[in-house]
Design a protein around this ligand. Sequence first.
Ligand code: CAA
Length: 286
Amino acid sequence: MSSSDKKSIAVIGAGTMGRGIAQVFAQARYDVYLHDAFPEALTAATGQIGKLLDKAVDKGKMSAADAAAVKERIRPVKSLGDVGSHPLVIEAATEKLDIKIEILKKAQTHVADSGILATNTSSISITQLAAATDHPDRFVGMHFFNPVPVMKLVEVVRGLQTSDDTVVRTVALAEEVGKTPVCCNDHPGFVSNRVLMPMINEAIFTLQDGVAEPEAIDNIMKLGMAHPMGPLALADLIGLDVCLDILEVLHRDLGEDRYRPCPLLRKMVLAGRLGRKSKKGFYPYD
Ligand code: CAA
């Protein structure tokens, strides 16, 4: 910990997932050192977290003093070298193997003695990432779900080298911040995305085949299957580039045609229609 009586954590990456993870830990009274290589991402992250906390105050779900204290506990850090040393460091950067390995090699120097280095990857092999670190037994997948402050699940993913002790401590940490951890073994897509992504991909094939308009596809899944949102709206929320990345991992590593990304998904990504974050996906966003 950065000081003996305080709980602290470092989060590397201030995108959608990193900022959500930062908020959840700050709400659980952790001092959060939030780093991103792009200073504008840090500004956007603290701005968005601030807005969500203000909304919670307006709705009477949090006191103004508590919201101010949560904001105070999130410290944006421009240089990775300045994040300090913490019992838990969570990497939530871009979903690209080379970039993750590069970041993890640096991030591991900020893990306190016997601390845990975790990755929020949604599909990259935990075993492979662990192998690039100095303490693979203390490396684990801590997979949060979007929107992080709302979704209860943390998928705790165990690489081949992850120790029992690391899994037990990760489960305890997830519970401490109010999440429900569920453990699984490292395998392409883990459980969540191995099951979710083929559904999203099939919804995109259904659209491509002209079976129905996006609203109809989503309404059928919402009203008929009691999903909180339809698969196309969910793809827009996750990010179409992220969906494509995950499907490519499933297709390549599981080697089966059923995971082949839909050509329409590829086209949308090439066109820069990435969903909510680019203000256009299967739906427009203001
Ligand atoms: N950040 C923080 N809070 C948010 C939010 C966000 N981006 N979006 C909504 N919320 C909050 C709202 O403020 C609201 O809070 P209160 O109950 O305290 O008022 C609550 O969530 C409900 O929101 P809304 O009333 O606006 O809308 P809703 O009832 O339709 O719920 C939803 C929105 C929570 C997103 C819901 O539609 C849902 O659960 N959708 C499914 C999301 C899902 O499946 N996520 C997993 C994606 S997969 C992933 O992330 C991992 C991966 O590897 C790809």
